[in-house]
Write a protein of this length. Structure first.
Length: 337
């Protein structure tokens, strides 16, 4: 048998046919990830094939009397859902006709209100798009957020939440208010009493870039509202971040870390009566905040007349000598005659 196989292979080679190993070498090699893809596809196909088997199982588990009402209910639900999403929620029956806008205080309030009303009137109370309203007021950075409440069927209330200015950035009298996140707030009705942050020229654009100026603005933004109006300047000194107060001590913050805890400690020290007269409040360690530069207490003058307990006994003067009377002459008794 072995000899016949050898003869057959030899005859095949002599006839010009290629050997089996040569044909295998010419076949394209399958990539390494092909078997894994094949296994994933097979598993997914097996799960999809099970779906038609599972659905009839649940359908047959429903009692025969409830199958028809359930089918009618599902069909009605599908029709109502299609009518709602495809027609009713965008129909004129619920179109917005009344728009109430509140919370605007800047100089651009009329234009912002008009933009919001125009965008809202293109919507319905059942299909409000908050993203479209935000896009309508994007040209005015003073608007931070919008609170939208639909009043079915044809009204909507919009409350604009404005950014709060925390610092005046610039140099000299050429300053603009800036929010805690670095947003430049142009168009405010009046320049509020805020701490100043020195910078060469007015900031350009609608937002401060990452840098030292933004850090100083964040320091002012972390201050409590009760202390913000008392701040005069935020600067960087030898001891780190320093805040100068109007008619008060400087607040030494050090690094920009833990600003909330540092401002809370500063407020507690400033509220303490014993810190009156201090020239600075060091809160670089919020847990060990101290007030420095306190005037020394005035020394009490000594009483020149000590009390009776402390008075030393004075030596008593010797009594005056008794007067010496001259000796009286001796009287001798005389005998009577």
């Amino acid at each position: 048998m072995r000899g016949s196989n050898e003869r057959f292979s030899a005859e095949t080679n002599r006839s010009g046919a290629r050997p089996a190993n040569a044909r295998a070498a010419l076949r394209p090699k399958r990539p390494a990830w092909a078997p894994q893809l094949h296994r994933v596809a097979a598993a997914l196909a097996g799960r999809l094939i099970r779906v038609p088997r599972i659905v009839p199982y649940f359908a047959l588990s429903v009692p025969p009397r409830a199958r028809r009402p359930l089918a009618v209910a599902l069909l009605a639900l599908a029709i109502l859902s299609g009518a709602y999403f495809l027609w009713f929620r965008d129909s004129s029956l619920v179109a917005i006709d009344e728009v109430e806008v509140s919370g605007l205080t800047s100089r651009d309030a009329p234009r912002v209100r008009a933009a919001l009303e125009s965008a809202a009137r293109d919507m319905t109370t059942l299909h409000l798009s908050r993203e479209r309203l935000q896009a309508a007021v994007s040209p005015w950075p003073v608007v931070h957020d919008l609170r939208v409440v639909a009043d079915f069927p044809k009204a909507v209330r919009i409350e604009a939440v404005e950014r709060r200015p925390v610092a005046l950035v610039g140099s000299g009298d050429d300053r603009v208010p800036v929010a805690a996140d670095g947003t430049v707030l142009r168009g405010l009705p009046g320049t509020p009493r805020l701490p100043g942050v020195d910078q060469r020229g007015r900031p350009g654009g609608d937002r401060l870039g990452v840098g030292a100026t933004l850090t100083l603005v964040e320091v002012a933004g972390a201050a409590p509202p009760s202390l913000l109006a008392r701040l005069e300047t935020v600067r960087r000194g030898e001891r780190g971040l320093v805040v100068e107060m109007r008619r008060g001590p400087d607040v030494v913050l050090g690094s920009p870390a833990r600003l909330a805890a540092k401002w809370a400690a500063a407020g507690a020290v400033l509220a303490d009566r014993t810190s009156r007269g201090a020239t600075y409040v060091d809160v670089r360690l919020p847990d060990r905040a101290v007030a420095g530069g306190l005037p020394e207490p005035a020394a009490q003058p000594e009483d020149p007349s000590p009390g009776p307990a402390a008075r030393s006994p004075e030596p008593s003067a010797p009594p005056p000598p008794a007067p010496i009377s001259p000796p009286s002459p001796a009287v001798t008794p005389q005998a009577q005659p």
